[in-house]
Design a protein around this ligand. Structure first.
Ligand code: DC
Length: 222
């Protein structure tokens, strides 16, 4: 049973990279008239600015300071604007992707981001996507989902995405990277990727994006 009125629902979607979270979260938000919050994009924006400003990646304090100082706007049109620069595309590049796990493992960075994520929810309902949405950020969410898919399927989806953007990538490299990031994100000390006990698990390996949203919509009822 939801705790809030529909217009203020907080719905969380957690899971590893490539499980279909972004597409599902965006469509679900759209179908329900809620806002969409991509928290991975927030960690990517911190990583982008830290790389641009040549922050010392070995220093937790320096990364936390970069997170605190970051002026970050995520308007409803889906753009990500960091320090006045539209970084929507650049936060998905290979360099940011390689370095983001390190930044997301810093507990001070997470503290700053969690505070901003909760502030976002004060303004109204939302579908929030990430790794610790149900376990840490919104433990009292109205509906909690955990999306997953086999590592090979997740790698195939990533490769397709990269090709659609005009890039090049081999399935073997992407799958190795996904397995490495999974291991890192699940074993880190600060808010590791975990399935909460009160979270609905959805295996998307054999589902197309529309079927995933349908599966979630079936569970989201007043
Ligand atoms: O979902 P994504 O690939 O854009 O996430 C980028 C990185 O940020 C990934 O390494 C996991 C991390 N992340 C996190 O630690 N906590 C979140 N709530 C969202 C993402």
């Amino acid at each position: 049973m939801p705790r809030r009125p529909k217009s203020r629902w907080i719905i969380t979607i957690d899971g590893p990279a490539g499980a279909g979270k972004s597409t599902a979260a965006r469509s679900l938000a759209n179908d329900l008239g809620l806002r969409y919050l991509d928290t991975g994009a927030m960690y990517r924006a911190v990583t982008w600015i830290a790389l641009r400003d040549q922050v010392d990646f070995s220093s937790d304090a320096a990364l936390e300071a970069a997170a605190k100082a970051l002026r970050l706007d995520m308007p409803a049109d889906g753009r990500v604007v960091a320090a006045g620069v539209d970084v929507t595309r650049d936060i998905r590049n290979a360099e940011v992707t390689r370095n983001v796990s390190r930044v997301a493992a810093v507990s001070g960075v997470r503290r700053v981001m969690v505070e901003r994520q909760r502030a976002f929810a004060v303004e109204g309902g939302l579908v929030a996507e990430g790794r610790d949405m149900a376990t840490v950020v919104f433990p009292d969410a109205d509906f909690k989902f955990y999306l997953d898919a086999s590592p090979t399927e997740r790698a195939k989806r990533r490769v397709q995405e990269i090709h659609e953007r005009g890039g090049e990538a081999s399935l073997a490299d992407v799958e190795a990277d996904i397995r490495r990031r999974d291991a890192y994100d699940s074993s880190r000390e600060a808010s590791p990727l975990r399935r909460g006990t009160d979270t609905l698990y959805v295996d998307t390996t054999h589902l197309d994006p529309r079927a995933v949203v349908q599966a979630l919509l079936e569970k989201v009822v007043d």
